[in-house]
Design a protein around this ligand. Structure first.
Ligand code: TPP
Ligand code: MG
Length: 356
């Protein structure tokens, strides 16, 4: 990596403060981040098991990336809009999204807020200002720039944050989103999770630049590279980017260096392309262990607390799965409703023909 964009780090892998952060994280928020990280980790694990049991069709995991997601979400205000790519359920859990609602969505049943109109793992929440995931990669970047421009025009003191993987930077929407945001100085945070892979494509085959943050000067915007497995560092740089946005100084590109420790999705087998020793190296840098050690050193956490918290989350997941299993599928009419103000005659005819 170049020296122009060194990797900002606050915590060592052993949870020691290496340098005090510019924006310190309060103990309350650190504990809230830890809970969101555990929720994400355990929910993902159980959803993957459900795919193997044939109960749901698809799941993705944020294993190893929960730290950068929960800590960046913690730096925002609830009025700020979040645009997830898909590996960011820690952000919606941080905002208080109930596990049960998430599980209904994964089952695509009648209580799924999008009524099964998308694949599982396309979560979102209107109340929590988290825009639903959509499958085409990169499409959220112009949306985040545009809606932030709207906030600016209305004089609101809010911003948007869009998450994306390093692979998404190869899409035209990346350029369109960053350029628009920079030209119009929109209050947008472009948060890249550089987890080293886009499915099986390694980052070094994805772009010739050193990384993603090197592109920030080209767009004339602020950029920072951060250790994505260091929640204290991520919180600090995201809060700084938010303050810059609210002051009217425009967008920031954050590149969080992390690693996708799980498979891309339940349709992927990473053993076919992972480099030997890589997983072990990153496992030693696990953000959940790092934050836990930091809190233990402060006397705020211990093994018993971990056991209590994980049991509480597990039983909530189990209860949610039971409810979701016995919830009926979405009404058939939802196939044609919710898009047009008035359902076109042709669609109605097709629906009647199919459903007698
Ligand atoms: C426009 C588009 N092209 C290709 C795909 C297939 N696809 C889904 S995820 C993915 C990889 C994205 O990698 P990255 O942005 O690094 O995110 P990560 O999965 O690593 O979190 C690809 C190519 C897609 N969904 N949309
Ligand atoms: Mg990636």
């Amino acid at each position: 990596m170049t020296t122009e964009f060194p990797t900002y780090q606050v915590l060592s892998p052993e949870g020691e403060i290496i340098q005090p952060p510019k924006f310190p994280l309060s103990d309350d928020l650190a504990l809230k981040i830890l809970r969101a990280m555990w929720t994400s980790r355990l929910v993902d694990e159980r959803m993957i098991t459900l795919t193997r049991q044939g109960l749901i069709s698809f799941a993705m995991s944020s294993l190893g990336e929960e730290g950068c997601v929960a800590a960046s979400a913690a730096a925002l205000s609830i009025e700020d809009w979040i645009y997830p790519q898909y590996r960011e359920n820690a952000a919606i859990f941080y905002r208080g999204h109930p596990i049960e609602d998430y599980v209904h969505h994964m089952f695509c049943n009648g209580k799924d807020i999008i009524l099964g109109r998308q694949m599982p793992n396309h979560f979102g929440s209107r109340q929590l200002n988290v825009v639903t995931v959509s499958s085409p990669i990169g499409t959220k970047m112009p949306h985040a720039a545009g809606s932030a421009y709207g906030m600016k025009l209305k004089g609101e003191k809010t911003c948007t944050l869009v998450y994306f993987g390093e692979g998404a930077s190869s899409e035209g929407d990346f350029h369109a989103g960053l350029n628009f945001a920079s030209v119009y100085k929109t209050p947008t945070i472009f948060f890249c999770r550089n987890n080293q892979y886009a499915i099986s494509t390694k980052a070094c085959s994805q772009f010739q630049s050193q990384g993603i943050v090197e592109k920030a000067p080209g767009y004339g915007m602020a950029g920072v590279r951060v250790d994505g497995n260091d929640p204290l560092a991520v919180y600090s740089v995201t809060l700084e980017a938010r303050e810059r946005a609210i002051r009217g100084e425009g967008p920031t590109l954050i590149e969080a260096m992390t690693y996708r420790m799980g498979a891309h999705s339940t349709s992927d087998d990473p053993s076919r392309y992972r480099v030997d020793g890589e997983l072990e190296k990153w496992a030693a840098l696990c953000p959940l262990d790092r934050l836990t050690k930091y809190l233990e050193k402060k006397g705020l956490w211990d093994l018993e607390k971990t056991e209590r918290l994980t049991q509480e989350i597990q039983s909530e997941i189990t209860r949610s799965i039971q409810v979701a299993k016995s919830t009926p599928p979405p009404p058939e009419e939802s196939l044609i409703e919710g898009v047009y103000k008035e359902i076109p005659r042709r669609l109605l005819e097709e629906f009647k023909e199919a459903h007698g």
